[in-house]
Design a protein around this ligand. Structure first.
Ligand code: ADP
Ligand code: MG
Length: 231
């Protein structure tokens, strides 16, 4: 088992119009078990808590209660430093917006997570190989603004994979792309899931993306249900 979520609850504290505390419950006792190498999608309407759940898995947010165990380690018990190390070394993120550094080249951008761990030199060959793998070997010295949207997302994918993470988390990765680019990126993510052996969890509201994953889960009223057999 690579990842196990147990009874994850998330409540946002907010203040209502009369100044009283009002808690919005986004996740209700979510349980999830993911084996190493799996690909799965999390679908659900806007506002259903998909990003919240992905952020909790990726240590970008903390649950109100419940545990997140990644590779035998309970992430909810780690201090800030240990959490940052897990986030940088074991988890790769792709968001709807690529968040590439505009002043840096493609090659420099994908090496940013390796700079943090002091492994940029050692990872440069891997960076070039992966950029070649995603069809960007002729773009190493380009700036992000010189690339198409689909190319920018492929750079973000390579950056997410540079430190050889166990888990790749993608939050609506095709949301800003045209249909053909979205289809290509989905295909690429599945191929890399296979080739790199990285476990893939992709949040989407695009059913076409969800259907191609090994398993599809639906977030409904704060609860996660398997949608593979009943899409
Ligand atoms: P999705 O990604 O499925 O669109 P989100 O996880 O972004 O959904 O949001 C789920 C719900 O939690 C929404 O109602 C949203 O308004 C609320 N929410 C998200 N982040 C916060 C926050 N930081 N504070 C308060 N409410 C939030
Ligand atoms: Mg979202």
């Amino acid at each position: 088992m690579l990842l196990e979520l147990t009874n994850i609850t998330k409540q946002y504290e907010s203040v209502d119009a009369s100044g009283g505390a009002e808690g919005a419950t986004v996740l209700r006792k979510v349980n999830l078990q993911v084996e190493a190498g799996e690909s799965l999608s999390i679908v659900g309407p806007s506002g259903s808590g998909k990003s919240t759940l992905l952020h909790i898995i990726g240590t970008l947010d903390t649950p109100t209660s419940g545990t997140v165990v990644l590779d035998g380690q309970d992430l909810t018990q780690l201090d800030d430093e240990a959490t940052a190390a897990v986030r940088n070394q074991q988890i790769g993120f792709i968001f709807q917006a690529h968040h590439l550094l505009p002043q840096c080249s493609v090659l420099e951008n994908v090496l940013v997570p390796a700079l943090v761990t002091g492994t940029a030199d050692a990872r440069t060959d891997r960076a070039k190989k992966l950029l070649d793998r995603v069809g960007l070997s002729h773009r190493l010295t380009h700036r992000p603004a010189q690339l198409s949207g689909g190319e920018q997302q492929r750079v973000a994918v390579v950056r997410a994979l540079i430190n050889e993470p166990k888990l790749l988390l993608a939050d609506e990765p095709t949301g800003a792309l045209d249909k053909a680019s979205a289809e290509n990126l989905t295909q690429l993510l599945l191929e890399l899931n296979n080739e790199e052996g990285v476990t893939l969890i992709a949040v989407t509201h695009a059913l076409s993306l969800a259907r191609q994953m090994g398993r599809a889960l639906l977030l409904d009223d704060g609860r996660l249900v398997d949608a593979t057999t009943n899409p």
